[in-house]
Design a protein around this ligand. Structure first.
Ligand code: ADP
Ligand code: MG
Length: 215
């Protein structure tokens, strides 16, 4: 771990180039030094791994994006729980987290991997636990959820200190039981990313139109 922290300070942070173009869209990674690998991006941060530390990831906030201290506090409250990652170290603007070896629900739709009802129940239980330690699940959507060994995991907890209500998970569950389970899951369908992003854009439009919570 000590070595990893050194490499982050000496190699990764001085060279990586991240930019947040719009707050409601994923950040852009302009440059990532060797041998780091990009595992994913979100609206706040990039998540990378080093081949010598396969069980860990480094989540680096893009310059100017808020929420780093809050995410550290969320992980402090969550402690150890099988449905969440765990924070082992927090430096300036970056966290070292347990790697979750799974596929996001978003990528499951793209790759045609079936999402079982037990996954939805796992996530419900995980969110129940988060509430029991004083957190408010927020922004729980397909890119922030994963399936690993058929278990549902919550990969992104960065907004769990926000106080306002968020209907994303209830909306996703409704879509799962109304459309996905009875219809889509029976078809051998893969969704192109462009279609998934269109669904996301239409969902955001309607949520805003109904003046419901949306950050
Ligand atoms: N602990 C982790 N293990 C493996 N992959 C992760 C982990 N955390 C994040 N990722 C990947 O990186 C992506 C972006 O991370 P996320 O925490 O959602 O960032 P943001 O807070 O910017 O939305 C996720 O969708 C996921 O693909
Ligand atoms: Mg995210």
């Amino acid at each position: 771990m000590h070595n990893l922290i050194n490499q982050i300070h000496c190699e990764l942070l001085p060279q990586i180039q991240l930019e947040s173009l719009e707050p409601h869209n994923p950040i852009v990674v302009h440059y990532l030094p060797q041998p780091w690998q990009l595992l994913g991006i979100g609206n706040y941060a990039a998540v990378v791994s080093h081949p010598d530390y396969g069980n860990l990831v480094v989540k680096i906030y893009a310059p100017g994006r808020p929420g780093f201290e809050e995410e550290v506090e969320v992980y402090r409250r969550l402690g150890q729980h099988p449905a969440f990652s765990e924070c082992f170290y927090a430096g300036q603007g970056f966290l070292i987290l347990k790697r979750l070896q799974g596929v996001t629900l978003y990528d499951c739709m793209h790759r045609g991997i079936k999402i079982l009802p037990s996954v939805i129940r796992d996530i419900d239980q995980a969110l129940h636990y988060a509430r029991s330690v004083g957190l408010n699940p927020h922004d729980v959507h397909g890119k922030n959820l994963m399936i690993a060994q058929e278990k549902g995991l919550v990969v992104d907890v960065s907004d769990f200190l926000k106080l306002e209500a968020c209907s994303a998970w209830e909306d996703l569950k409704r879509a799962y039981y109304c459309f996905y389970l009875p219809v889509l899951s029976r078809l051998p369908m893969r969704f192109p990313y462009r279609l998934l992003d269109l669904i996301r854009a239409v969902y955001r439009f309607y949520r805003r139109a109904w003046r419901r919570d949306l950050d």
